[in-house]
Ligand binder design. Structure first.
Ligand SMILES: NC(=O)c1ccc[n+]([C@@H]2O[C@H](COP(=O)([O-])OP(=O)(O)OC[C@H]3O[C@@H](n4cnc5c(N)ncnc54)[C@H](O)[C@@H]3O)[C@@H](O)[C@H]2O)c1
Length: 270
């Protein structure tokens, strides 16, 4: 099937690399134009490098190679006013907005008694407040358009007590709460609001961002199995998550709202 989101415009945060870039390409393959947003900067409490402006340009090239239009903006999702201005500008240039993918998130790994107030706050600010800012900035356009789809990236850690990820777990559970709340408040505008819950995905979040995860599990080996999937796959690919995002963005999901869609190879079911 092609053209599953033909004529739609989607805003995607964290679009410079990883899952965000994959979502941009997958939606563009199926006919959408893209507003791609990324901070392209590092953060004091996050131990691995974020994307660069060159990464964001690469996303732009890959979407344009599919003959779709794309507007990019370098904005931190914590900056509500900057985010609103970037989305407003993208909508003005591309003519409409149908889909909001609030995909922002960083990983901060440590055990509970080694979680500094700074790590707690920065993780919550990016992973929860940033998602809220994105949804709100986008929702105004969807209300004006008379409908649309909002998709937030949570995690298996938004559904279970994944160890060594305290503030991340708090934020990702919080995302589920605001998704369910907004699904109620926005239903009268024909706006659907859902979350996706990936297991480990092959991005720099995992390949560079796990910190001293092996040491943490080494000290608490009974917790290791909590990271194991049921299906025989250690880690999934960004496109596996993009296919779920595509479904939720498309009219195929026209009556799907308030859903926590797990793409977790059975991780949460164990
Ligand atoms: N990779 C995994 O295993 C996994 C599993 C479950 C959920 N997730 C979630 O998936 C989402 C995407 O992560 P990924 O795997 O693509 O990681 P990634 O590290 O490859 O990409 C993160 C991107 O986000 C951008 N970014 C970070 N903070 C930002 C901010 N404040 N404002 C704007 N952009 C910002 C970075 O520049 C980078 O481009 C995140 O919400 C993450 O929590 C990831």
């Amino acid at each position: 099937m092609t053209g599953r989101v033909e004529g739609k415009v989607a805003v995607i945060t964290e679009a410079a690399r990883g899952q965000g870039r994959s979502h941009a390409i997958r939606l563009a393959e199926e006919g959408a134009d893209i507003i791609a947003i990324d901070a392209c900067t590092n953060f004091p409490t996050v131990q691995y490098d974020m994307a660069t402006e060159e990464d964001l340009q690469q996303t732009q090239k890959e979407v344009e190679a599919l003959d779709r239009r794309i507007v990019t903006a370098k904005v931190d999702v914590r900056d509500a006013a900057g985010l609103k201005a970037a989305i407003d500008s993208g909508v003005e240039q591309l003519g409409r907005l149908d889909v909001v993918v609030a995909n922002a998130g960083v990983g901060t790994w440590q055990n509970w008694d080694n979680t500094s107030p700074e790590v707690w706050q920065e993780t919550l600010d990016i992973n929860l407040t940033g998602v809220w800012n994105t949804m709100v900035a986008g929702a105004h356009h969807l209300v004006a358009a008379g409908g649309g789809s909002i998709i937030a990236t949570s995690s298996t850690a938004g559904l279970k007590g994944t160890p060594f990820l305290g503030p991340y777990v708090a934020a990702k559970h919080g995302v589920v709460g605001i998704v369910n709340m907004l699904a109620n408040e926005l239903a009268k505008h024909s706006i659907r609001v859902n979350s996706v819950h990936p297991t480990g995905v092959n991005t720099k979040f995992v390949t560079q961002g796990l910190g001293d995860m092996d040491a943490l599990i080494g000290r608490d080996p009974e917790l290791g199995p909590l990271f194991v999937n049921s299906l025989p796959v250690e880690i999934v690919e960004p496109r596996d998550i993009s296919n779920a995002v595509l479904f939720l963005a498309s009219d195929e999901a026209q009556y799907v709202t308030g859903l926590q869609l797990k793409v977790d190879a059975g991780n949460c079911n164990r």
